[in-house]
Write a protein that binds this ligand. Sequence first.
Ligand code: PGA
Length: 255
Amino acid sequence: MSKSILVANWKNHPSSLNEAKSLLNRLSRQSKLYKKLSFFIAPPLSYFESVSSRSKNFVHLASQDIFSSIRTASHTGEVTPDILKSFGVRLSIIGHSERRAMGETSADVSEKVKTALQSGIIPLVCVGEISKDQDGEHFEFLREELELSLAGLKRKNDISRLVIAYEPVWAIGKHAEDAVEPTDLSQSVMFIKKILTDMFGRNMAERIPILYGGSVEPGNANNLLHETGIKGFLVGHASLDAKSLGVIANSLISK
Ligand code: PGA
């Protein structure tokens, strides 16, 4: 993806389809802006149809998770990659910390990454330390999480389709002033690039985009982009406000 990447993670919001439709209407007024980015919305499953029919020309559909198997056997309660693709899903968020907190392991994440790749869906793999750590111990946590989540990937064609989201868990769902500091972000991004280089070699590692997520808001977007090495944002709460998301999109375009 040559353009900057913006992924709106709606989580379990807004609370009604009508509100989702009116948010889409507000976003579509700035469609020219979003067309300058690789812009994805990951809505709750029940809003897929509305998002895909109302915003085809400026947004790509994403899912917040993916089932770990492409098998066609029956699995009550699951949504297969084929169903996701039938709605036009191009990217799946995998290993979000809120799913890891419910018991998803890095081994589960690695299965899901492989399933996404086999299905032609871009895996957006989330990693990030749980607590803020002044001694740098979180780097070891990050290394292990990345290595396990991307275990078993060998084919160049697979590796070249990966996208990583660095989301320190302690920074999620707060406010701009609680997000990571740009200097710490650039250190973490450098560290992630080093691990990817150790795993896949420099040439492949350089091609893997790294996004940042965790309390990205209009007030900190510019700073987070300044020489930190990220290729875009994964935005939660601020993506539910069309004005805020527009400001964040503008920061990405003018970076
Ligand atoms: P936030 O969420 O922007 O509300 O911190 C980000 C995320 O959880 O992906």
